[in-house]
Design a protein around this ligand. Structure first.
Ligand SMILES: C[S@@+](CC[C@H](N)C(=O)[O-])C[C@H]1O[C@@H](n2cnc3c(N)ncnc32)[C@H](O)[C@@H]1O
Length: 279
């Protein structure tokens, strides 16, 4: 008899032998729609469920597919987002960016009606989460990728978030309409063009979501240049960036902006977040 527990063990063994991440087996099973509940792990697995889990694990093993694309699910801040290979998979570090942004929204704008933008929105994780968590907010989201825009719209609908979603090149949709925001959050592509990434990332996730120029900072240069045009007084911008980019970014801010800024580390103690405050 093959129990669910045994099925998982067998598949973990297979994944370990292939030198891949064994936790993926549990992640796929526990988050699948046929998960039997922890209390039933020692009951007999149906042939159908055995088949389904084996197929999913094979996608990970032999197609090198990220588990989130296999299940079409990414968990972010207590919400479940639909994802597929048309969008970037939201990362844990970005949840922290959202959390730190929420603290600062509370500090500056508690109970006020505010305008928020999520630039380079991907599947919509940042902007939709902010819309759900900040009661009095209007949220505008944009991305250059058609598929990301469609996925964001789908997630907004699934999660019942009333947000505006627009396709366009970086901050063009904001500049063209002379929009201004109290808060802009941006997790742009920031990997250096020359950097070698794990194959599971570079072979699956849209490359347009990853690379940000020779030093990875092309998007920050553009947005810093336009900071005054697009941020309201007393507003702020929040960014994610690469763990080794703090020095370069700091130089860039000092050269281009007269405002206070703050760098924060992520839970792995790596430089990761930047906040810039307009007065
Ligand atoms: C690192 S991903 C971040 C996605 C999402 N904000 C998140 O945190 O999960 C960067 C995003 O920037 C988008 N992007 C790349 N180039 C762009 C451009 N020129 N204008 C607007 N968006 C762009 C990509 O399509 C991708 O969705």
């Amino acid at each position: 008899m093959t129990t669910y527990a045994k099925l998982v063990k067998n598949l973990e063994k297979k994944v370990k032998e292939a030198n891949k991440e064994i936790n993926v087996v549990k992640w796929l099973f526990y988050n699948s729609d046929f998960f039997c509940g922890y209390q039933n792990l020692n009951t007999e697995a149906s042939l159908e469920d055995i088949n389904k889990l084996e197929i999913m694990v094979n996608h990970y093993l032999y197609d090198n597919m990220p588990p989130q694309y296999i299940l079409n699910k990414a968990f972010f801040f207590n919400y479940t987002f639909y994802v597929d290979d048309g969008c970037f998979i939201p990362r844990y570090e970005t949840e922290q960016l959202v959390e730190e942004t929420l603290y600062r929204i509370d500090d500056r704008f508690l109970n006020k009606n505010i305008d928020i933008a999520d630039v380079c929105c991907g599947c919509g994780a940042i902007g939709i989460t902010l819309k759900k968590e900040v009661l009095n907010s209007n949220v505008f989201m944009c991305d250059i990728s058609n598929s990301a825009i469609e996925i964001t719209k789908k997630n907004a609908l699934n999660l019942n978030a009333d947000v505006e979603v627009v396709q366009g090149d970086f901050i063009q949709p904001i500049l063209q309409n002379s929009k201004q925001f109290d808060v802009i959050v941006c997790n742009p592509p920031y990997i250096k063009n020359s950097e070698k990434l794990e194959s599971i990332v570079v072979d699956n996730e849209p490359n347009i979501a990853l690379f940000g120029g020779i030093d990875g900072l092309d998007f920050y240069r553009i947005i810093f240049k336009n900071f005054d045009k697009i941020i309201k007084s007393h507003g702020f911008m929040a960014f994610e960036f690469g763990y080794d980019q703090r020095k370069l970014l700091e130089k860039l801010i000092n050269e281009s902006l007269p405002y206070k800024y703050e760098f924060l580390k992520d839970y792995n103690n790596l430089d990761r977040m930047l906040f810039i405050y307009k007065d």
